[in-house]
Design a protein around this ligand. Structure first.
Ligand SMILES: [Zn+2]
Length: 349
């Protein structure tokens, strides 16, 4: 094990929601300061020995919590406040490059104008990059359960703001609410505008949801996708097509889509099948995690430093932004002989 291998492992973060970096204490402060907002879902904010925390028991509960929290984001100031705190955390973790989801669908639904939000976020991101990083870019994110028309409108808004460091288009939300294929035209439009494409799929559903999202939306990256482990043919397809899965183990545990008591996380089987994976923190404030914590967890599970470094290399390969190529050169990669771009495929534990 070398220190540069370990440093490379946290160099790139691709699955991270800006709204998911809103901590519960700030959420409560914002709620108290803003009259007329809906009350939090029952049990969404809890206070215990660890301070003020988000509270939910499963994926549905998390989505309700997350949906409520986004109502608190009423303008650019609070977005920038969350972003600044997030950037400090990313830098401390050794993240050099990050692509961060911004929920355009939610902004439009809450009648928040995305233009000043993205203008401020984009200029702050450029400043932070100039101050030593990390280099942060944005993915315009839409919410599946609000349907195709809302996604179309959110994409229109994003296309007007591409100058503000938007490099991708993504979709999250409730997978069971709407089939991925319904959004094919929206994703084709995003691709034609030069945006990278990703979508949450196979998080709490099944392999077919992953296959459909990849095929119907033309994805190169899948958010989660862990349900793919149940389908050997799909695993081979993902491997052969170099479709990268953004795997977020602590998120999976917190939302109940993976129960550690029921067996090891699908990560090991994805790795054994040769599917490109990259670790992500997803919603760090909600799940009390970070990319560094995810890397450390994988290390404790027995994955080698070379494997952790290879996953980071997968992330760099799958990054949407052209700036990734420049940022990548700043990473302290392992010396010759342990080239992270030509990593060993087998699990070493
Ligand atoms: Zn996510």
């Amino acid at each position: 094990m070398t220190s540069n291998l370990a440093a490379a492992a946290t160099s790139v973060e691709l699955h991270l929601h800006l709204e998911g970096a809103l901590n519960a204490a700030l959420a409560r402060t914002l709620h108290e300061a803003t009259p007329g907002l809906p009350p939090p879902p029952k049990g969404a904010i809890v206070e215990g020995s660890g301070g003020v925390q988000w509270g939910f028991d499963d994926l549905g509960g998390f989505l309700r919590c997350f949906g409520w929290a986004t109502h608190l984001l009423r303008g650019p100031e609070v977005y920038v406040r969350i972003f600044d705190e997030l950037a400090v955390s990313l830098r401390a973790q050794g993240v050099v490059y990050a692509e961060v989801f911004v929920a355009f669908g939610q902004m439009l639904r809450a009648e928040v104008d995305p233009e000043p939000v993205l203008r401020r976020l984009g200029s702050r991101a450029a400043e932070i990059e100039g101050e030593g990083g990390p280099s942060v870019w944005f993915i315009a994110d839409v919410t599946r359960q609000w349907g195709v028309a809302a996604a179309d409108k959110a994409l229109d808004a994003a296309l007007d703001l591409l100058d503000h460091r938007i490099v991708g288009f993504g979709m999250g939300g409730d997978e069971r609410a709407e089939r991925a294929r319904a959004f094919g035209k929206v994703f084709r439009r995003a691709k034609a505008a030069g945006l990278g494409l990703c979508c949450h799929a196979g998080e709490g559903t099944d392999p077919d949801a992953v296959r459909e999202a990849v095929e119907a939306l033309g994805l190169t990256r899948v958010g989660h996708g862990v349900a793919a482990v149940a389908d050997a043919r799909l695993l081979r397809e993902l491997r052969d097509e170099r479709i990268t899965l953004e795997v977020c183990p602590t998120s999976n545990e917190c939302t109940g889509v993976w129960d550690p008591r029921a067996g090891e996380h699908p990560l090991a089987r994805l790795e054994a099948a040769g599917v490109p994976v990259v670790l992500g923190s997803d919603d760090p404030a909600f799940f009390k995690t970070s990319l560094r914590a995810e890397v450390e967890r994988a290390r404790q599970w027995g994955f080698s430093e070379a494997q952790l470094s290879k996953w980071a290399a997968n992330g760099w390969d799958a990054a949407f932004g052209e700036a990734a190529g420049i940022s990548r050169e700043r990473v302290d990669w392992p010396a010759a002989g342990a080239d992270p771009q030509k990593p060993a495929r087998s699990r070493e534990s």
